[in-house]
Design a protein around this ligand. Structure first.
Ligand code: F3S
Length: 421
């Protein structure tokens, strides 16, 4: 991989040991990925791991976030003094909020302190505190052709497919190095030739409700495995919420960081543009039978009673907050109801009166992260309902004692009110 003079200086340690270490890692990674050079990037969606619960990190001094970043992003037990980030950064959904801890009645002071330490680190190093998996909705708007580095898988697929930005799905280490240096190796989906379609999916059963986009994504992700699928679907437009739900489920079951929809996504105005010189390796059809099978996989709890309803994976948009508030207006919930969004959209929901309606009905609005990400769940839950394919899929991997119902927002709200599916 060819380095510029400035990059070689960083590698020689001219800009300090933290940047030197980051450059060593990026060069190693770039060479393994057969990159020819490093690209300049401006935008990084960065995972910032809260140092608590402590099982997430090696034995280290939790009061010093430099140690956490050195371990997670620079792969080192040696503690580097971390300077300001070179790239513009927004943080992804990885920090519990004090409100969530209080809501669950958690009093462990270490957890509250961990949140403060993490927030202070973000301030000191110039990482914007968005704490969301939908940072593209709340400030980090990527544009066509923009190289960036994103870590959360549902954001990666949205940025590549819907916005036309260019990123691979990066882990904490490469993402952290990219943020420190404002650079990323020119490999994978940063290169035009790797963004062409590989498989064709003809969608005959067109999703109507939002959760049906999850079903389409979930089913096809399982079928496709590793791919850049091209979807042929006769529909005049697909909204951001539809893409958000669809992409999140598609990359949950498939090794997929990008898709095209002919005539609907920016690098696929035509079939020819979507595939380039590729011929589809395989052609699939998604119809009513496939939709039914997807729902059977996700909505499988034998019990009718529901004690927990978890909505907002990926984090809800303001329109979803508006809709769920309308469904809950004047109602009281029997089952525990948690709705997840970013703190920024929660502020909008507060101003518009949605939060008050939701809270009056007995719901709680969770910001900054989600239960599986931080491994902090409400106690005593057995049967959970959700409108998200991704959440329905992931919950059993961290909570094997919880069984799942999956369905529309309306169905989930009804379950929260009646305690039954
Ligand atoms: Fe976001 Fe958590 Fe789902 S980070 S995409 S709400 S699993």
């Amino acid at each position: 991989m060819k380095l510029t003079e400035q990059e070689q200086l960083i590698l020689s340690g001219r800009e300090g040991p933290a940047r030197q270490r980051a450059m060593e890692i990026l060069v190693m990674y770039g060479e393994a990925m057969q990159a020819d050079k490093l690209l300049d990037i401006e935008s990084v969606g960065l995972t910032i791991s809260c140092p608590y619960p402590v099982d997430r990190h090696a034995d280290m001094v939790m009061e010093d976030y430099n140690a956490v970043f050195s371990y997670a992003s620079l792969n080192s037990l040696e503690v580097y003094d971390i300077p300001r980030m070179s790239a513009r950064c927004c943080s992804q959904a990885t920090n519990p909020s004090p409100d969530y801890l209080r809501y669950l009645g958690i009093t462990d002071e270490n957890l509250y302190r961990g949140i403060e330490i993490t927030n202070d680190f973000m301030k000191r190093t110039g990482i914007n505190n968005t704490l969301s998996c939908v940072q593209y909705l709340v400030g980090d708007l990527i544009t066509l052709g923009q190289h960036c580095s994103v870590q959360e898988s549902s954001a990666v697929i949205f940025v590549n497919s819907v916005l036309g930005g260019r990123t691979n799905c990066y882990g904490e280490m490469i993402g952290g190095c990219a943020a420190l240096l404002g650079k990323i190796p020119n490999a994978g989906l940063h290169r035009t030739e790797n963004r062409r379609g590989t498989h064709l999916v003809k969608v005959e059963e067109i999703p109507k409700e939002l959760y049906e986009w999850d079903l389409l994504g979930y089913y096809m992700g399982k079928k496709l495995g590793a791919a850049v699928p091209v979807f042929q679907i006769e529909i005049p437009c697909v909204t951001a919420d539809m893409h958000k739900s669809f992409g999140a489920s598609l990359c949950t079951t498939g090794s997929i960081d990008m898709y095209h929809m002919i005539g609907l996504t920016p690098e696929a105005f035509t079939y020819e543009q979507a595939f380039g010189s590729n011929k589809p390796i395989e052609v699939y059809t998604y119809g009513a039978e496939e939709k039914k099978k997807a729902l059977q996989l996700l909505d499988y709890a034998a019990e009718e009673e529901v004690d927990f309803v978890l909505m907002g994976c990926p984090h809800y948009s303001i329109y979803q907050m508006q809709k769920i508030a309308a469904l809950l207006e004047g109602k009281k919930t029997k089952a525990r109801l948690i709705i997840m969004t970013t703190w920024i959209i929660k502020e909008m929901a507060d101003r518009n009166g949605y939060s008050e309606i939701i809270e009056k009905a007995g719901g709680f609005i969770m910001t900054d992260t989600c239960p599986p990400m931080i491994h902090i769940w409400p106690e005593g839950i057995k049967v959970m309902a959700t409108d998200s394919g991704k959440m329905a899929h992931y919950t059993p991997s961290t909570r094997s004692d919880v069984s799942i119902h999956m369905g529309s927002m309306e169905h989930c709200v009804q379950a929260a009110i009646t305690g039954k599916w």
